[in-house]
Ligand binder design. Structure first.
Ligand code: GLU
Length: 592
């Protein structure tokens, strides 16, 4: 995809040692140097931003629960990581309620405005240019984040918008220092931001990225948060903020001489936006119950199907390269099905039960190439396993959509045992590139997650949610939380979460090693994506002997955050040691 200059230097840690831990009880080892990791008791948080983790901690310390703290962290990420997430976008929050021992999810994915039609991204019968569509108002979906925060807080939280937004308002008003990572992301987005006057004014200086060390204040976003704090979600969906969004979509705030495509979002589209409370999808894997995000995200289903496939092999007993090969083949088959069948469940009767059935996995497993990197595969036929006579026409398309990669994922738990795994996004880095004038937040380009090509389950339709890959995930053992994990990275989210689960559960790696291990992404393609530094490693060479061909990415894959719930009742928060400029993991009461 188009963000050509993504070049986060990642000196990959090559992890070749397979500790002899039992599956499901990873052995503690020497922590990976530089990995943000904290163990202790009380609440825990892992995010990709120091300020966001501190905001969550401040709320936990004031007696807020994990849901309150997650919203506080998310609002702060909207300030410090505005190119990945914010109130101009949407997301998926998974919540474990300790008292009830149940998991629910809050789907606040963006919806297509009422005027969107299936051919909106076609010109003269051909797919519209993706990059030009992204950097325009035509790609903007109705933002869901504020509504999601509102539902999460009002149903499961204990605090008000005013309380949980206070830390983020502080960071937006006082500013935060631009670090190297932010500077690089600004450079990557420079051309897109230059198209829009409001975006250049906020994120560039004289058309160039803000220098490292500059303190970036965002008074517009502080104002938006203050309006939410005072009036609640209505301020966003019905008040002046809604008007400013509608205006920015109808008449993009372009720089002099620039023309981009306008969109058509109405005040009614915003006023009628609703989040959805959805049941998660579940599967079992080597004694764990794996709970994943349901449609309209393909994340939980694709990971569940791949794990079901892998369950048929004793990965632990295999040479590392063979086990990794099987993981990638499982991912390949699962992606073929995902690409063919999955979309917004309110518009498409997707065969979810079939795809997640163990019997289907047993049948599909016969298509796995056990010895060699396989060729591209067709989607399987899960319908006989669906137990549903009213099946729709069976789609066969297996095309892989062009995908973007950035978003953010955070994990929070509290002393009561509640847990939040939360992935939210504005889609591409920098979203549509349009900062809403006066309010300091970027509008998403989530509509480009629809399939542009014509008849397909994931075709654009009015009110529909584009298929996502976001995969906040929780794992339980004997009914108790074992760990939670998630990551950004577009469709690589699925492979990152899958690989990290396999690293932790099958290879027995403690979570810091599981997260630090090099990431490979196989999504039913002839080549497998790898991170900088991986090519030429012993692990790469071993896989090449099995027929692997690499597509080297200019940047790292994903930026995971996890919390492990240890058998002794303590918790361990883990973030990235290198990717996305280093994350942050904190616990309320440190073990040390
Ligand atoms: N829009 C993507 C999705 O929903 C997320 C973008 C990303 O993670 O980079 O799957």
């Amino acid at each position: 995809m188009s963000h050509a200059a993504r070049r986060f230097a990642l000196a990959c840690t090559i992890v070749l040692i397979v500790p002899a831990g039992h599956a499901g009880s990873p052995v503690a080892g020497t922590p990976v140097a530089g990995t943000p990791m904290a163990s202790g008791s009380g609440g825990a948080v892992a995010t990709i931003s120091e300020q966001a983790s501190q905001s969550a901690m401040a709320i936990l310390d004031k007696g807020g629960n994990a849901i309150d703290a997650a919203v506080a962290a998310a609002a702060t990420l909207g300030v410090t990581d505005p190119y990945s997430c914010g109130i101009g976008g949407g997301g998926f929050m998974m919540i474990y309620l300790a008292k009830d021992k149940r998991v629910i999810t809050v789907d606040h994915r963006e919806t297509a405005p009422g005027k969107i039609t299936p051919t909106v991204f076609q010109e003269n019968g051909k797919e519209s240019n993706l990059d030009a569509t992204i950097a325009s108002a035509a790609s903007v979906g109705v933002p869901g984040t504020v509504r999601g925060w509102h539902e999460a807080l009002s149903r499961y939280g204990t605090m008000s918008f005013k309380q949980v937004l206070a830390p983020a308002i502080g960071v937006a008003s006082k500013g935060f220092p631009v670090r190297e990572n932010f500077n690089r992301m600004s450079a990557d987005n420079q051309k897109k931001f230059q198209l829009f006057a409001s975006s250049s004014a906020l994120f560039l200086k004289d058309g160039k990225p803000l220098a490292v060390g500059t303190v970036l204040k965002n008074p517009g976003l502080a104002k938006a948060y203050r309006e939410l704090a005072a009036q609640g979600q209505k301020a966003f969906y019905q008040g002046p903020i809604a008007r400013a969004i509608v205006d920015a979509v109808a008449r993009p705030p372009v720089a002099a001489g620039v023309r981009v495509r306008a969109g058509a979002m109405s005040m009614a589209d915003l006023a009628n936006y609703e989040a959805r409370i959805r049941q998660p999808v579940r599967t079992t894997y080597r004694g764990y119950e794996i709970v994943g995000m349901p449609l309209p995200s393909s994340g939980g289903i694709a990971i569940g199907e791949a794990l079901n496939l892998l369950e048929g092999y004793n990965l632990k007993a295999l040479p590392r390269a063979s086990a990794e090969h099987l993981t990638m083949e499982a991912s390949r088959l699962s992606f073929a099905d995902r690409n063919a069948y999955l979309a917004d469940p309110e518009y498409v009767d997707a065969p979810v039960a079939g795809l997640l059935s163990k019997e289907y996995a047993a049948r599909r497993r016969t298509q796995m190439n056990l010895e060699r990197a396989g060729p591209k595969v067709l989607a399987g036929d899960p319908y006989p396993f669906q137990n549903d006579p009213s099946v729709p026409q069976r789609p066969q398309a297996t095309r892989l959509l062009a995908d973007n990669a950035h978003t953010t994922h955070l994990a929070v738990s509290d002393k009561e045992g509640n847990i939040v795994a939360y992935t939210f996004t504005i889609e591409s880095w920098g979203g549509s590139g349009i900062v809403v004038p006066g309010y300091g937040f970027l509008l998403n380009n989530e509509m480009t997650d629809f399939d542009f090509s014509g008849p397909h389950p994931n075709v654009p339709e009015a009110g529909k949610r584009p298929r996502s890959s976001m995969a906040p995930t929780m794992a339980f053992k004997n009914g108790k939380p074992a760990f939670t994990i998630g990551s950004p990275g577009g469709a690589t989210i699925i492979t990152t979460v899958l690989q990290t689960i396999v690293n932790h559960v099958d290879f027995g790696m403690p979570m810091d090693k599981a997260i630090n291990a090099p990431r490979l992404s196989q999504r039913n393609d002839a080549t497998t994506e790898i991170e900088p530094g991986f090519a030429g490693s012993a692990q790469a060479l071993a896989l090449e002997k099995l027929g692997y061909k690499w597509a080297a990415r200019p940047e790292e894959i994903g930026a995971a955050n996890a919390i492990v719930f240890n058998a002794d009742g303590t918790v361990t928060a883990v973030s990235e040691g290198k990717r996305h400029g280093v994350g942050s993991a904190l616990v309320q009461k440190s073990a040390n």
